[in-house]
Design a protein around this ligand. Structure first.
Ligand SMILES: [Zn+2]
Length: 302
């Protein structure tokens, strides 16, 4: 009898342990069940989050605060690529290191999504070629460009995780509608304005301008690298006065001091503009895009 009790107890304990182990595995499996996605920078994180929601685990390669156009990834920046299922980058020369890190990852099953695929590309001219390469990469800063990138991301995630295809496509559809609503709203607003020129830090808003029939002038185009000469500053001051520029837009990573100097010279105010190349105070893409549209609109309707 005693032996039988010990035997039964052992069976019970063994069963409990097995049950526990099985439980642990289930918990782990639910973590692993998220699709692991690596993205190059913040705007793509935002789009991927909007499409994948709780079904994706996203890591961002370019840290906020580093200059994204001249970023050179260290081994630690791209470690997640070894185990990621999907790698999403913008393309158009924004991540010249992309192909090299894909090859270096030795991750044969990695699915790569180039978010800008199929978009109408703006070719750079003059000094912009030196700064940003042959093509203007800033597609995500236009709402129509963002709609293309979101759809490419949804299609790529659907391929990587076909079980959740309907979920990704439905989220993309809803998010694209929000982008399109904002686009429609500001197309009307900007169309009614006479003044179409604004001044910002670096020339990131060409696609944005194409959406709304606007024109950007960038502080960095005039000053290039380093301190502006007296002559260049005088030229831009004249430009601002001729065009009744009352607001100079400044970005955290692109010449904020020069923007401030210029604003002082022409009696303009300085306003923050978001390029979504890094994260800003945990604001979403749509919140920052609305702020960009509204602030540019206000500055032009003064
Ligand atoms: Zn940029």
């Amino acid at each position: 009898m005693k032996k039988l009790c010990i035997f039964l107890l052992s069976v019970f304990l063994l069963f409990s342990f097995t049950a526990c182990a099985a439980d642990d595995k289930t918990t782990q499996a639910s973590d692993d069940s998220k699709l692991s996605v690596s993205v190059s920078f913040n705007a793509l994180y935002e789009f991927t989050k909007a499409v994948g929601k709780d079904k994706v685990a996203i890591s961002t390669i370019i840290p906020t605060g580093s200059e994204p156009h001249h970023f050179e990834p260290k081994a630690s920046d791209i470690a997640d690529l070894n185990t990621a299922k999907v790698f999403i980058y913008n393309g158009l020369g924004m991540e010249p290191w992309a192909e090299e890190v894909i090859n270096a990852s030795e991750n044969d099953d990695l699915i790569t999504i180039i978010a800008s695929d199929g978009a109408d590309i703006i070719k750079n001219e003059g000094e912009e070629i030196e700064e940003h390469g042959q093509y203007d990469p800033h597609l995500w800063l236009s709402l129509s460009g963002a709609m293309i990138e979101v759809q490419n991301i949804a299609d790529g995630l659907s391929k990587a995780d076909p079980d959740n295809k309907d979920f990704y496509q439905a989220n993309a559809k809803a998010y694209r509608k929000e982008l399109n609503d904002l686009l429609t709203e500001y197309k009307e607003k900007f169309a009614a304005l006479e003044n179409k020129n604004f001044v910002t830090g670096h020339a990131a808003f060409h696609y944005f301008c194409n959406d709304f029939g606007l024109e950007q002038n960038s502080v960095e185009d005039v000053f290039a690298e380093g301190e502006p000469s007296t002559r260049q500053l005088a030229d831009l001051v004249e430009y601002c006065k001729d065009n009744q520029v009352t607001t100079i837009f400044a970005e955290e990573t692109a010449s904020p001091e020069v923007s401030r100097t210029l604003a002082d010279e022409v009696g303009a105010s300085v306003k923050i503009i978001y390029t979504m190349e890094g994260s800003d105070d945990s604001l979403s893409y749509l919140e920052r895009m609305k702020a960009n549209c509204e602030n540019i609109y206000k500055s032009l309707s003064q």
